[in-house]
Design a protein around this ligand. Sequence first.
Ligand code: ARG
Ligand code: ZN
Ligand code: CA
Length: 253
Amino acid sequence: ARRLVTIPVVFHVVHRTGPEDVSAEQLRSQLDVLNRDFRATNPDIAQVPAPWQGLVADAKIEFRLARRDPAGKKTDGVVRVQTERRSFGPGDDVKRASRGGSAAWPADAYLNIWVCTLGNGLLGYAQFPGGPKATDGVVVLNTAVGTEGTAAAPFDGGRTLTHEIGHWLNLRHIWGDTLDCSGGDRVPDTPNCEGPNTGKPTFPVITCSNGPHGGMFMNYMDYVDDAAMFMFTAGQVTRMNACLAGPRASFAP
Ligand code: ARG
Ligand code: ZN
Ligand code: CA
């Protein structure tokens, strides 16, 4: 097993109104969630159903606010940008200063996290490894970041970023983004399942002949409420490790 990897994080808080300018404390509460979820030290991990407790895995990744900006100057790891935009969409305008957003810091040295208002019920989105550097990172809705302040139920557990950073580290949705049991997430230890789950499902949820235990809806890479997701598997950690040994090797020297 490799050593702990520490990922420097920069939050770009792109705001028009006061409440959109989320506090440092709210961002800190988000980092605390990430630092539990990616080490499998989250308290709710005890809720993993018995047949899958042996699959729970520590990703050995920690997140810390950047201490130096790209020019080498001291920073608190938070860039605050005032915008005239009422909301952003999945088209990456929030990553462009010329579109009312904030430009990425070098993506081989920082995990860029944009925090803003998003339209159409979008909680967040991520760029998979291998994409353009100028847009690399993840975006999160400002009411789905952290566990305090403007964080709003049922997405006030900080799990949107756990999910999006999973994508940033090359994890797919556990149902494989098809709705007919044909696609998979390319992870052997997550059961095949039909489609996304929402809310707080009751175990087991059986689809695609995956009985008796059914689908792993409590995995971070499903769409359930924050309080209903609490695990990565060993197979997912293998995939994240491959990403940190490959396209994101700059974070794991
Ligand atoms: N990309 C997903 C969306 O925007 C994020 C799902 C996050 N789920 C959660 N429980 N926080 O719909
Ligand atoms: Zn997703
Ligand atoms: Ca699988």
